[in-house]
Write a protein that binds this ligand. Structure first.
Ligand code: SF4
Length: 274
């Protein structure tokens, strides 16, 4: 069987597929002024086109697909897409990254359609901080949705939190409380500098290795990576049900550990249209 690999010998069993660039939140590090559609772009791929694409990637070794955005749950056919992904021969895991806005309303149908993993963005456990970062006062609802996903037996539940100096770097004790009895993983993600966020980056960048040092001093131990894992370095602690993952894009081994392909349905539509 043909296997997708790059010149460095890395294989790609894990596909990240962005199914929309639209989002209804306005996170200060991502879309501070809210989402605005770029005029002139062709529409994103339909469910049938996504099905063909997934079959093609599965044919060259893809075993796990993550549906992302923007905010993927803004697509009315998301449950259909999850079902198509789960039914693709060779695909073993279907994951979703979401801001959680429809988690309580739709999680049961996503799970019934074949969703096996969910990542929800929660940048702070304090309601006012969360609203300040995301532009939406939805923290309580999202946390309830996460607890419901755990009770309902979702195989993998993760929380993503971007590390932001001055905005959420005092939330560490609250995260430890949160993780004590919950069997989920919180991923702390180091803010990346882009061509447009220099001021924000200089003000709010918090180094992931500072947090990693805190973790190690507090007795958290690194665990070995799974072959289809993302780029996080994972830590566990015997006193906590939950895990902590660190995503540090500026660390030396970040790219070496990555085995994900990123594809946007919009970008493919552009190429096909051209
Ligand atoms: S929820 Fe995600 S896509 Fe939407 S603004 Fe926040 S970080 Fe960006």
């Amino acid at each position: 069987m043909a296997v997708l690999a790059d010149h460095y010998g890395r294989r790609f069993p894990y596909l990240r597929l962005s199914v929309t660039d639209a989002c209804n939140f306005s996170c200060s590090y991502c879309l501070p002024n809210g989402y605005r559609a770029i005029p002139g772009l062709p529409p994103t791929l339909g469910a049938g086109e996504i099905e063909r694409l997934l079959r093609a990637f599965a044919g060259v070794g893809m075993r796990k697909v993550r549906l992302t955005g923007g905010e993927p749950s803004l697509r009315k056919d998301l449950t259909t897409i999850i079902g198509l992904a789960a039914a693709t021969p060779g695909v073993e895991k279907v994951a979703l990254t979401t801001n959680g806005c429809l988690l309580r309303k739709r999680r049961a149908e996503w799970q019934a359609a074949g969703l096996t993993a969910i990542n929800v963005s929660v940048d702070a456990l304090d309601r006012e901080r969360f609203a300040r970062i995301t532009g939406h006062d939805r923290l309580d609802d999202i946390l309830r949705g996460l607890d419901e996903a755990l009770v309902a037996g979702m195989p993998a539940v993760k929380v993503n939190a971007v590390l932001l100096r001055g905005l959420n770097d005092d939330q560490w004790p609250a995260w430890l409380d949160y993780l004590r009895d919950r069997s989920l993983s919180v991923r702390f993600i180091e803010l990346m500098r882009t061509g447009t966020n220099l001021d924000y980056f200089q003000k709010h960048h918090y180094r992931a290795d500072s947090l990693e040092r805190l973790l190690q001093e507090a007795g958290w131990a690194a665990v070995p990576r799974a072959t289809d894992a993302g780029p996080a370095r994972e830590y566990t602690h015997p006193d906590y049900a939950g895990r902590i993952g660190i995503i540090a894009p500026y660390s030396r081994d970040f790219c070496a550990g990555c085995n994900r392909l990123r594809v946007t349905a919009a970008a493919i539509a552009v190429r096909w249209a051209g």
